[in-house]
Structures are given as C-alpha cells and as structure tokens.
Ligand binder design. Structure first.
Ligand code: 1GP
Length: 259
C-alpha cells in the first residue's frame, strides 16, 4: 500500500494508556529488537516472546547502517503479533510510519547537542506526519564496566555507579520538563546492569510521576527480580533473545510476578 493511503487509514493505538493500564496490575517487560534482524526469522521470535507475555516491542539500535530493514521489520512485527511496536531510535532516521509510538528521548548525559535536542528537532515533524504517539523519555547511560555502543555513538559521559545522586538530579530535571519515562540504560550487552541503589533512589525521587525503565545486561530471572524490587516499572531485554530465547520466558515471569 502506498504510504499516504496507509497513513490516512492508520489508527491511533493509545500506547501510553495501554502501558498505564497494564502497569496497574504488574511491572512490565519490553523486548528490544534490533532492525538488523532478518525479517524472516523475526516472525518466529516475535510470536515466541508474545506467547511468553512480553508487553510491548521496542525496535531500535545504535547502528544507523541497519536502518535499511526498519520498515520491513516493523511491518513483519505488526503482522505477526498484537502488541504495540515502539520505536527506540538512535537518530531521526530511526523513525518509521509503521510503528505505533516512539520513545521521544533526549539523551540527557550526552555531551553533544545532537542527542540532546537536534535529532529531536529533525524528527518532530516526521513523528507528527507518521502519526506516531510520542512517549516523552529522559534517557540516561550508566557506567557498566565496559564501553558500550551507545556510550561511544551518543558521546556520553556515563553516570558513575556509586553516585545515585547524579541520576536522581537528572531524573528530577526530566520530570520537571514533563517527561513521562526515565530510561536507565547500562547499554546493550552490558557487563554490569544498572545498580539497584540507583534504581531505588531514582524511583523514590520521581515517585509515581514517571515510569522507570531499566535495561542493559539483564540476562536472567534473578537480575530482573532485583531490578523490579529496586523500583523498576519496566524491564527491557535485547540480546538474550538471540543468546537464549527460553530464558526470556523466566525473565518475563519474574517481571510480572507482583512484588
Ligand atoms: C539496550 O537496554 C537494552 O538498549 C537491552 O540491553 O541487549 O543487554 O538486553 P541487552
């Protein structure tokens, strides 16, 4: 279908309301899919994580070269599963009309104006024209024992693990800007996940005004449980779908278990 006809018919999915409603019964789990994935294998992966109970699918990655597959990947996901597909873009080129929503993020601890506001300015009109629901998000990168792609590509000064007060100060600034999500990111494939003390400090500071998303290096049920106990509202897992898909099931179960 041509894009203009598609956009004319595109229906709003009310992703924010869906997430708020689901969060009332338990914390949530998002599956991160990198758009470099072979769209053929993707269908099976998406159906599997959906059957395990993941709450939404994020699509994105820090390598913009992989974006040539983006539209195909999202269309395949939308045809395969009845879950919101939320963009997690590395730049304005990570936007696609076929998704439902976008984490409209500012990379708060980047040293570069590009990731603080320029990419957002370049993408905002596309968000409107593509009828994407913007989910206003403060994105913070935390030290994780090694240099992750996002630290390097996003020109980031990572938050020191032993200084939760810096994360709290950023989180409050994000809240006062009106952002609804605060994403604490250790980085894809991180050696160490975001520390529990940092999650607790941030959650206590922002209270119920924001949902705290935690991702990077969550590879097992025990870690997921600790992050939820510390105060995470949403856990994101990415690499584990390639490394050990069956583990995703126990992670999702742990996330959905009430505290
Ligand atoms: C990265 O938080 C996500 O943006 C997921 O990280 O691939 O380590 O699960 P992993």
């Amino acid at each position: 279908m041509d894009i203009l006809r598609y956009l004319k018919r595109k229906k709003k999915q009310h992703v924010m309301n869906y997430l708020k409603r689901k969060r009332k019964s338990s914390p949530l789990h998002f599956t991160l899919i990198d758009p470099e994935k072979d769209p053929k294998k993707l269908k099976k992966t998406a159906e599997t994580v959906c059957s395990y109970g993941t709450d939404a699918i994020l699509v994105g990655g820090s390598q913009s070269g992989h974006l040539i597959y983006l539209n195909d990947v999202i269309q395949t996901l939308k045809e395969s599963v009845d879950l919101p597909v939320i963009l997690f873009p590395c730049s304005h080129s990570g936007l696609s009309p076929y998704a439902d929503a976008v984490l409209f993020m500012s990379l708060l601890n980047s040293r570069s104006v590009q990731y603080l506001i320029d990419e957002q300015m370049k993408g905002s009109v596309l968000v409107k024209n593509y009828k994407l629901e913007p989910l206003p998000t403060g994105y913070l990168i935390v030290e994780s024992g090694s240099t992750t792609s996002v630290t390097w590509t996003g020109d980031v000064k990572p938050l020191p693990r032993q200084k939760p007060e810096f994360a709290v100060a950023y989180a409050l600034a994000a809240k006062y800007f009106g952002m609804k999500f605060l994403y604490l990111e250790a980085g894809s494939g991180a050696k160490l996940p975001v520390p529990d003390a940092m999650i607790s400090a941030v959650k206590n500071a922002v209270n119920n005004g924001m949902m705290v998303i935690v991702g990077g290096g969550v590879r097992d049920e025990k870690t997921a449980k600790e992050k939820i106990k510390a105060g995470a509202d949403i856990i994101v897992t990415g690499n584990i779908i390639d490394d050990n898909l069956s583990k995703v099931k126990s992670i999702i179960k742990a996330v959905h278990r009430k505290k």
